[in-house]
Design a binder for this molecule. Sequence first.
Ligand SMILES: [Zn+2]
Length: 143
Amino acid sequence: MLKQVEQWHNKWCDWLDDFIINAHDATLEFKKPTLEFSSRGGNVAGKYFPTRNVCRYYLPYPLMLGDRYEETVMHEVCHSAAHQIFPAAQWHGDFFHYLTRVVCGYPNHKTCHNHNVRIVKQYIKQAKLLLLQHQLLLLQGET
Ligand SMILES: [Zn+2]
């Protein structure tokens, strides 16, 4: 499941990298955001940190949403691209919507979702276990 999130992350990074090279500005180099996982199950499914260029994914959400979580990954990677292209643009402004809806092809993408946090919390234990397994594999140098 973490691998799946990572694949989506890489896919949308490549997609936006192509967009920046071909359509926007060939001189701007898209710095690929690093990804981070958390087992927290609060009211956000993902978060982008502009100062570190990091996308953080909250694992109870992909466990709950399955393939629908790809849209969240796309959303966070778009924050990275928007921030690098127009650092002064509004967080969820017109340019951000252009990236999510037009460039990435989610015409109905909305920036706010009302997830049922009570249901999300049911996935926290499983998320913690996945995260521990992931960290163990990293320690063993297998990923
Ligand atoms: Zn956002």
